[in-house]
Design a protein around this ligand. Structure first.
Ligand SMILES: [Zn+2]
Length: 254
């Protein structure tokens, strides 16, 4: 018992000293998630938000979400055909762990229409927005080649808090999101478009993510994304990291 208590005190102290936050990854897809969490923390990542996308990964989120690790649960567009019935279970899942803090990733994906039609995707998305509203939770949206449609639905449903995971819109879309009070989550990688997006909105509307292991290798790679944002904004790495962590804490009520 004593050993356990000491270990957790040490972890808490480390967290106090770190500033980076990964707004979106998939810890369930790592072979050894606990090691990934520990290593990322050692490299300064104090907050990790891990996203579910189907019935089984949502259950994994319940196990993974604890001290510095927060989960969002949802049925993503590609599972909104096969796992449609599980939308009804989200409300109960959320209540099982206080570190489940949002509904996601949910949204629309124009690249998978052959597998799941748009009508079904819209239906699943809208139903889950209703769940988030009832809980007072933000939604984490996946919008692949469908950002205009996703935005229209968020506006029509009067969603107050939405994080655009892996934002792939242009600066006009970023500004439209910002006016609504939504958050733009920037993934790893640099491009002219990403640079324009970062320039066009306030730092307080931006967070950084790795989408690891799919894009970044681990949540620790978020340091590079924050560094890119800092360079474009002309701010120090520390300042930028702190502001992003503040945004995440405020937006998700952490
Ligand atoms: Zn993702």
């Amino acid at each position: 018992m004593q050993g356990t208590a000491q270990a957790s005190t040490r972890l808490m102290r480390m967290e106090d000293a770190v500033a980076f936050s990964d707004a979106h990854c998939h810890l369930d897809l790592f072979d050894d998630a606990e090691k990934v969490i520990y290593d990322s923390r050692m490299r300064g990542v104090g907050i990790i938000i891990t996203a579910g996308s189907n019935a089984s990964s949502n259950v994994r989120m319940l196990e993974l979400a604890k001290e510095g690790v927060y989960g969002v649960v949802g049925i993503s567009p590609d599972f909104s055909g096969s796992n449609y019935e599980q939308i009804a279970e989200l409300m109960d899942l959320v209540k099982m762990n206080k570190n489940i803090i949002g509904i996601g990733e949910i949204g629309l994906d124009e690249t998978i229409l052959e597998a799941v039609g748009m009508e079904r995707q819209v239906d699943a998305f809208t139903k889950q927005i209703a769940v988030a509203k009832e809980l007072g939770f933000p939604v984490v949206v996946h919008a692949r080649k469908a950002i205009g449609k996703v935005m229209e639905i968020l506006e029509k449903e009067e969603v107050e808090r939405a994080v655009f995971h892996f934002f792939e819109g242009d600066e006009e879309m970023a500004k439209r999101a910002e006016r609504r009070g939504y958050i733009i989550s920037m993934p790893p990688g640099e491009s002219g478009r990403r640079k324009r997006v970062i320039k066009s909105i306030e730092l307080s509307s931006i967070v950084a993510e790795t989408d690891s292991p799919a894009v970044g290798k681990t949540p620790a790679d978020v340091v590079d994304v924050v560094n890119y944002i800092a360079t474009i904004k002309g701010l120090s790495l520390d300042e930028t990291a702190e502001r992003i962590t503040k945004t995440i804490k405020e937006y998700f009520y952490i």
